[in-house]
Write a protein that binds this ligand. Structure first.
Ligand SMILES: [Cu+2]
Length: 407
C-alpha cells in the first residue's frame, strides 16, 4: 500500500519534471541549435565547367568529403537568434583554412580572421559558434591567404531570416512574395591551374606567388554568358520580389534593373537603410550586399544588366545579362478566353458575367473602378480604355480573371 502511494507521488513528480522540461523547451526564450559540418576541399582534377566548356580546379566548402565543390559554396540560411555551431574539417592541401563570417556581428574568436582568430590546419578540425544576428544577407569565406583562397572558390552566401516569417525582410520589415540571391564574382583561369591552387603550402614562406589578376569570366552565382539562360528572373505583375545582391569579386558591380521593375534599395550590408532609395542601378563594391525590392506593374520581357568595373582603372570590363520575364498577375488565375467567369475575353463593347455575386473591377495598380452585381449579362465596357483589368469576386477572391479590352 505504502509502496503504491510512493509510486503515485513519484509519477506525479516525474510528470511535473516532464511538463517543466516541455515548457522550457518550447518557451519563447529557447533557442534552436543549428549544427552543421563543412569540409574545406580542393579539386584534384579540374571539374568546374565554365561557359566555354573549359574545366577549372576549385577550392571550396562542401557538406561531405565526397561531395563535389560547387561555385559558390552552399548558401547557409539561419533564423535570427539561432545558436549556430559550424565544424570545419580541413581536407584540402597543406594550407590552413578558416571561415570568416563577413558582416555578421560575431565575437573575434569566431570570426575566422587569421592571427585574430584560430586557423584550421590541414587534416584538423575547428569549431565556430555564433548567435545568428540581425536578419540580412551576409557572406562567408576563407580568410587564410584570402586573396588566393577566395579566388579559388572558398566563398558562399549566408542569409539570416527573421523568426516570425521567412517572407519578411526582418521583423516588422517588408513582406515579399519571392526572393532571389545573386552573388557576383570573377574568375581568372590562370589562378586555377594546379601549380597555384594545388601548390603545397610552405609555412616558412611569408609570400605567396600570385599572378596579376585578369579575369576572363564574370560570374553570377558561379555562372556566366549562356549558362545564365537557365536562371532567368521570372515574376508576375504585382509580385513583390526581394533581391539579395552580393559581390565577393575584386571588381565593382553595377546591377541595372529595367525601369518597369520599380527597384527600391531597402537594405545594405545586413541593415535596413534609413531611407528607401528609388534607383534602377545598384552599385556594389567588393564585399558589399544590398537588398532590393522589385515590383512590376505590367507584363514585359527584358534583361537585368550586370556590369563589372575594374577597381584600378574604373573601366567597364564586362556586362552579363539575366533574362527577365514578367508574366501573369499575382493572385489571378491564368484563364483562357473560354473561361466561364467572363466572356468574351478579350472584349470590345460588352462582357457577360454569368456567376452571381459582387465583382470588383480593378486596374493593374489595384485601384477599384467600379463594382458589379452579377449575374450580369451586359456589362458595357465601351468606356474602358484598351488594356488589362482584373475582375475579382468580393466573396471569393480566388475567382479572379484578367479581362483584356481590345479594339
Ligand atoms: Cu583557405
Amino acid at each position: 500500500m505504502r509502496k503504491s502511494i510512493y509510486n503515485v507521488q513519484q509519477r506525479r513528480i516525474s510528470h511535473w519534471v516532464i511538463v517543466a522540461f516541455l515548457l522550457l523547451a518550447f518557451s519563447g526564450k529557447s533557442q534552436i541549435d543549428t549544427s552543421l559540418t563543412l569540409v574545406s576541399k580542393m579539386d584534384f582534377q579540374a571539374q568546374h565547367e565554365l561557359h566555354d566548356g573549359n574545366l577549372v580546379h576549385l577550392m571550396g566548402f562542401t557538406e561531405t568529403l565526397g561531395a563535389p565543390i560547387l561555385l559558390p559554396s552552399k548558401t547557409l540560411i539561419f533564423e535570427e537568434g539561432d545558436s549556430v555551431h559550424i565544424t570545419l574539417w580541413n581536407m584540402s592541401q597543406a594550407a590552413s583554412h578558416t571561415i570568416h563570417l563577413h558582416g555578421l556581428d560575431v565575437d573575434q574568436a569566431n570570426d575566422g580572421v587569421p592571427h585574430l582568430s584560430f586557423e584550421v590546419a590541414h587534416d584538423d578540425s575547428g569549431h565556430y559558434y555564433f548567435e545568428a544576428p540581425h536578419p540580412g544577407t551576409y557572406l562567408y569565406h576563407c580568410h587564410f591567404t584570402s586573396v588566393l583562397h577566395v579566388q579559388a572558390g572558398m566563398y558562399g552566401l549566408l542569409i539570416v531570416k527573421p523568426k516570425s516569417d521567412p517572407n519578411l525582410t526582418w521583423e516588422n520589415g517588408y513582406a515579399f512574395d519571392s526572393e532571389n540571391a545573386w552573388l557576383m564574382s570573377e574568375l581568372d583561369t590562370n589562378w586555377h591551374h594546379d601549380t597555384i591552387i594545388n601548390a603545397p603550402h610552405d609555412p616558412q614562406s611569408t609570400t605567396h606567388p600570385i599572378l596579376p589578376y585578369y579575369p576572363q569570366h564574370f560570374l553570377v552565382n558561379g555562372k556566366s554568358e549562356g549558362q545564365l539562360d537557365a536562371f532567368p528572373l521570372v515574376a508576375s505583375v504585382g509580385e513583390k520580389v526581394y533581391m539579395r545582391l552580393a559581390n565577393i569579386g575584386y571588381y565593382g558591380n553595377e546591377v541595372i534593373f529595367p525601369a518597369g521593375m520599380n527597384a527600391q534599395i531597402i537594405s545594405s550590408d545586413g541593415r535596413p537603410l534609413p531611407n528607401v532609395v528609388n534607383s534602377d542601378t545598384v552599385k556594389l563594391f567588393p564585399g558589399e550586399r544590398y537588398g532590393v525590392l522589385l515590383e512590376a506593374d505590367a507584363e514585359f520581357n527584358d534583361v537585368v544588366q550586370i556590369n563589372y568595373v575594374n577597381m584600378n582603372t574604373h573601366q567597364l570590363e564586362n556586362t552579363q545579362e539575366i533574362d527577365l520575364t514578367i508574366s501573369g498577375f499575382i493572385g489571378v488565375d491564368e484563364l483562357g478566353s473560354n473561361d466561364p467567369l467572363v466572356y468574351p475575353n478579350p472584349a470590345n463593347q460588352h462582357v457577360k458575367l454569368p456567376l452571381s455575386g459582387t465583382w470588383r473591377v480593378l486596374d493593374l495598380a489595384g485601384r477599384e473602378l467600379t463594382q458589379l452585381n452579377a449575374p450580369y449579362f451586359d456589362y458595357d465596357v465601351s468606356e474602358l480604355p484598351v488594356g488589362t483589368y482584373i475582375l475579382r469576386n468580393v466573396d471569393r477572391p480566388e475567382w479572379s480573371v484578367k479581362l483584356q479590352i481590345q479594339r
